[in-house]
Ligand binder design. Structure first.
Ligand code: ADP
Ligand code: MG
Length: 355
């Protein structure tokens, strides 16, 4: 009002706080999927299957063959800040796994209906549990909320239904299920290139053909061939760079000067987490400017491993961006390697045409 008197300050209901936090971490279905894929990889899975209905808004299901979750842990699985990966704040300095804050499943359970079916090697059956608002809930009203024994294979299946059902503004903001599905395919494809010993599949519910089907034995180049086509895969050069002073090593595959498209494709992983970096993108594009026709752009897959003590992964709620020390020096070293590889291919081509 305009009476000049301050409004009284009140604590928000914890349920509201949780929903707000969840909305920051999970902006679109693809963000839930990314968290679930990272959990599956953290669990040592060698196979990940993704099933999607209505762009992930109706159904997002991911089945892995990882270590599973102990039945005893199921009651607290979806509480905020419950994790098997971090114990002290100092552990953030050496965190090697994808997850670390125990927020993903909690967040998802506040804005969707979540079902977990999981079996560890030691258990003789699988257990199924349903969650809402961070807590175990019964499958149907009136039933017990205790996890139930079911038949199942080792590993974990996470089913997310009706994402944003209780955040109507967010739910309405999604215009096109196929846009959301394309983002999901893009993200599965990124991890399928990076996690080169893991099998990946992704399909729409009710359709017999898969959008992505990568076997565990498929080589990294063939993964790129299946996902991005032969025009990319046939022109790839490998590179690597490392410098102990800056605590990093990098490797990857990039297209040579024969390949040129309108937009850069950058698959960037920092410490095995798929991230964005406009600084790296700009530097790479500058490097290619000397080799490609004007407005031509490359395909770049870059895996950068940086000493965890030099990385701050905690700057962004969605963990999309990370900060690290000596960024300029590291980017320069990587681009220098790419430049020398491109120059070498250019020379060999000149030789070929001369002889
Ligand atoms: P974080 O990954 O940050 O620990 P999450 O909320 O994503 O937090 O997951 C909480 C915990 O649930 C994890 O630490 C892990 O112990 C367990 N978990 C989640 N997904 C899986 C999975 N697919 N397989 C095995 N354990 C899992
Ligand atoms: Mg996680």
């Amino acid at each position: 009002g305009d009476t000049g008197a301050p409004r009284r300050i009140k604590a928000l209901d914890p349920d509201v706080v949780n929903k707000i936090a969840a909305g920051e971490i999970i902006v679109a279905p693809v963000h839930a999927l990314k968290e679930l894929m990272e959990n599956a990889v953290d669990a040592g899975s060698t196979s990940l299957e993704v099933l999607v209905k209505e762009g992930g808004l109706k159904l997002l299901q991911i089945t892995d063959n990882g270590c599973g979750i102990d039945r005893e842990d199921l009651p607290i699985l979806c509480e905020r800040f419950t994790t098997s990966k971090l114990q002290k704040f100092e552990d953030l300095q050496s965190i090697a796994t994808y997850g670390f804050r125990g927020e993903a499943l909690a967040s998802i359970s506040h804005i969707a209906h979540l079902t977990v079916t999981t079996k560890t090697a030691n258990s003789n059956c699988a257990w199924r549990a349903h969650y809402d608002g961070g807590k175990l809930v019964p499958a149907k009203p009136g039933q017990s909320s205790d996890p139930k024994p079911v038949a199942g294979r080792p590993g974990t299946q996470i089913t997310v239904e009706d994402l944003f059902y209780n955040v109507p503004n967010r739910r309405r903001a999604f215009r096109s299920a196929s846009d959301e599905y394309n983002k999901i395919i893009d993200m599965v494809g990124r991890y399928a290139v990076h996690c080169s010993h893991v099998a990946f599949s992704c399909k729409k519910h009710g359709e017999s053909t898969t959008s992505i089907a990568i076997q565990s034995a498929t080589s990294q180049v063939d993964r790129i061939r299946q996902l991005h086509g032969g025009s990319v895969a046939n022109e790839l050069v490998e590179f690597s760079a490392a410098d102990d002073r800056y605590g990093f090593k990098a490797s990857g595959m990039v297209t040579n000067a024969n390949y040129s498209v309108k937009k850069t494709t950058l698959l960037l992983f920092i410490n095995h987490r798929c991230v964005e970096s406009s600084n790296i993108r700009k530097a790479v594009e500058q490097t290619y400017a000397a080799f490609l026709p004007k407005s031509g752009h490359p395909f770049v897959y870059l895996s950068l491993e940086i000493d965890p003590q030099r990385v701050d992964v905690n700057v962004h709620p969605t963990k999309r961006e990370v900060n690290f020390l000596n960024e300029d020096e590291i980017i320069q070293a990587i681009c220098e390697q790419i430049r020398s590889k491109l120059a070498a291919v250019d020379t060999s081509r000149t030789f070929l045409t001369q002889t």
